[in-house]
Design a binder for this molecule. Structure first.
Ligand SMILES: C[S@@+](CC[C@H](N)C(=O)[O-])C[C@H]1O[C@@H](n2cnc3c(N)ncnc32)[C@H](O)[C@@H]1O
Length: 387
């Protein structure tokens, strides 16, 4: 098999689940030491997310089949001496010396596309290297060691950064406009700024909004101390926020229906991506009624857990009805919320037929449980729930 055949088989046949190009022939050139490729679904269809890794910085580009084919043919062997291409049934290793590249077929190590659940855990914020905002916030010592009592915070920040890293290819070109609703002490807002600017080299306009004046002014002072360009904090209520032109809306641990207000604002602003980690989902506790579920609902503790899941399932479906693809991903528990999920929503075009089916399912679900969630009321006519 030639390299052309292999590219045709994997890219033309759409079976490529990931690729890494490494061992560049020339150092000191513009070629990054490593290029990785993974499939990604965008609003305009399936694309290949190509990431170029330059030390601690990366750049991203989304290519169609033809452009990825050209990149692989032009780079493997000529610029890179090694490539590993994954498909469900095999890994293909390409080794290039002086002559034609050697192509070796190996047992598969990545049977499915790297998705949320099978992704290998990798820390974007490495231990042992000081990251200025983590040092300032007391998570790391000035020489980069993670303080023992802040280890869980470090894990949480890292997990968040990993999850955001996955959606960077879905963000439009140009400066990234972000609003973080209920930014609080802003560990995660600073992490977002660090990821987008230092790691991805993007220009940003990030606004952290919170109700607490003292917290907002402390965060603003810290942003200025860190010279965090494009990061600012303002006092304000999520429900009254008037968003125009925003790419990414983040709402992390905003209590109870504050999350719904954030989702409503984000949908109305037509944000490309929404990341929400709900917290204290109490709203439906007093509403939820179902005879068949009596054995579960009669126990307050079980009912509380169940209500949290019902609330997030309803939010996920309402976001789908508002035109988003939604994934529910495990996050890291906070001290006061043992269960923790992230709703990750990416704006898409959904055919009307699909919407009707999703709406009918939602109606049956909400009616069976006797609930009318805050988000359904807030979005109102914007989503067809059949209610
Ligand atoms: C539990 S903290 C989470 C802070 C941060 N997002 C995090 O995950 O580490 C929730 C924050 O949301 C803020 N908040 C709650 N309701 C809000 C509202 N309606 N408008 C603005 N901020 C709000 C609170 O003041 C608090 O700082």
């Amino acid at each position: 098999m030639t390299l052309d055949d292999l590219v045709e088989l994997l890219v033309g046949g759409a079976t490529l689940t990931g690729a890494t190009l490494s061992r560049p022939r020339a150092t000191g050139t513009d070629e990054p030491p490593r290029i990785t490729v993974q499939p990604v679904t965008l609003k305009r269809g399936k694309r290949w997310a190509v990431r170029r890794h330059y030390g601690s910085r990366t750049t991203d580009e989304n290519l169609d089949d033809a452009a990825l084919g050209r990149l692989l043919r032009a780079s493997i062997g000529k610029n890179y001496r090694q490539a590993l291409l994954h498909a469900p049934d095999a890994d293909w290793q390409v080794l290039a010396g002086r002559g034609e590249p050697r192509i070796l077929r190996k047992p598969p190590t990545r049977p499915r596309a790297a998705g949320v659940h099978d992704r290998v855990k990798r820390h974007v914020l490495p231990e042992g290297e000081p990251v200025p905002f983590l040092v300032e916030l007391g998570v790391q010592t000035p020489d980069g060691r993670v303080r023992a009592q802040r280890r869980s915070k470090f894990r949480q920040v890292n997990r968040f950064v990993e999850l955001v890293d996955d959606i960077v290819p879905a963000l439009p070109d140009g400066p990234v406009r972000v609003v973080d609703f209920g930014s609080g002490r802003a560990y995660l807002t600073f992490a977002l700024h660090d990821l987008l600017t230092r790691v991805h080299g993007r220009k940003v306009d990030i606004l952290g909004l919170d109700l607490k004046a003292d917290v907002v002014s402390e965060c603003e002072a810290l942003a200025r101390r860190l010279r965090a360009d494009g990061l600012r904090f303002e006092l304000g209520d999520i429900a009254a926020a008037d968003l125009v032109g925003v790419d990414l809306v983040v709402s992390l641990h905003a209590c109870d229906t504050a999350t719904d207000a954030a989702l409503d604002r984000a949908v109305r602003a037509r944000a490309e991506v929404i990341l929400a980690v709900p917290c204290c989902q109490h709203e439906l506790f007093g509403q939820l009624e179902n005879e068949t579920l009596r054995p579960l609902l009669r126990h307050g503790t079980l009912k509380e857990r169940f209500v949290a899941d019902v609330t997030d399932a309803a939010r996920a479906r309402l976001l789908e009805l508002a035109g988003y693809d939604v994934q529910v991903v495990e996050f890291v528990p906070l001290e006061h919320t043992p269960k923790n999920v992230l709703l990750r929503a990416t704006r898409t075009e959904r055919p009307g037929r699909d919407r009707d089916r999703l709406a009918a399912e939602y109606r049956a679900f909400a009616d069976a449980l006797g609930i009318e969630p805050a988000l359904e009321r807030l979005l109102g006519d914007l989503v067809p729930t059949g209610g």
